[in-house]
Design a protein around this ligand. Sequence first.
Ligand SMILES: *Cc1c(COP(=O)(O)O)cnc(C)c1O
Length: 372
Amino acid sequence: MTNIRFRAALGRVASYAPTPVASTGEPPRPLSANETPHGPLPGVLEAIAAAGAAVNRYPDARCRELTGAIARFHGVDAGRVLVGGGSVALLQALFQAFGEVGDEVVYAWRSFELYAELAELAGLRSVQVPLADGVHDLAAMADRVTPSTRMVVVCNPNNPTGTVVTREEIRAFLARVPSDCLVVLDEAYIEYTRAAGAGSGVDLLQEYGNLVVLRTFSKAYGLAGLRVGYLLAAADVVTQLDKPCLPYAVNTLAQRAAEVALGLQEELALRVEATVAERTRVREALLALGLPVPEAQGNFVWIGLGGDAVEFGRWCMARGVAVRAFAGEGVRVTMGTVRDNDVFLEAVAGWAGVPGRAAGRHSGEAMAGVDV
Ligand SMILES: *Cc1c(COP(=O)(O)O)cnc(C)c1O
């Protein structure tokens, strides 16, 4: 140990703990990180290889080609697009750019863990508003907005519960939040959403200058390993947010791969549809086993196991499947290949078959049958 003095905030932030991987034997089936099981979209590998020829040069700091492609895709001005080294880098910039130390950021809980950590590191006060039956309680969130609130983050679909709020609910929420308070819609999983009335908030950008929509190439587009995401916002928000982003943060390969992937919407839709079908199949199988699973709108399902979550995670790992357990709350399971999902369901059947684990005794049972 050294006697170096670190910022107190570091004592309140945990190191990121990826699901442990056995050092020997077969690696587990990776259903813990919400990645797509599909390899790169056609032509993406070739584009990466070709872009590799120029890696002695810095990337385009402005990501002009990709920014232009994203702007055309959404039908917005290029000045309203900001590309980042993963959407989490943009989230970090948001937390750093809005609010002086001690100001507040409102978000739901449980939601994406990183919101809490980025707030802590930026010196912002987190105001966590409990989910209601696993769903964002937007009315309660709007109630918690004060003159000190600089930003509200809404993860839609929510990670890890997989639930959504509708576009009308988002619109009503925006109407209630003061125009000087930013509303960030984190749409990392929006491509998988099928619920009636739910969908992207992109077309609300014209109406609300305080709206920011965050997207990623890590999930449906299958580029998690390259680190690239983007946001759409008012032009002056983009100009200011660019400042806390490191220059050259989006590498050449990522810029090129994302541009090519964005142009492959038909192929993308087929893959997304396959994952949506698996989600339905897996959820129904879990419900049939008596497990509490809310309606799932991302590329994952949430099982509200309460106090059994960690034990369930270990049970699956021992059977070769890595899932993400949230102690005392539940387990998030990414939709993998059909085979991955079958192996997972076999493990769950064994779990549910153990006497004393009859469905419904878990504290998470309130999550069952949530319809959104
Ligand atoms: C996976 C995920 C992201 C994406 O992060 P990247 O940095 O783009 O890989 C963003 N938000 C949420 C809620 C996520 O689950």
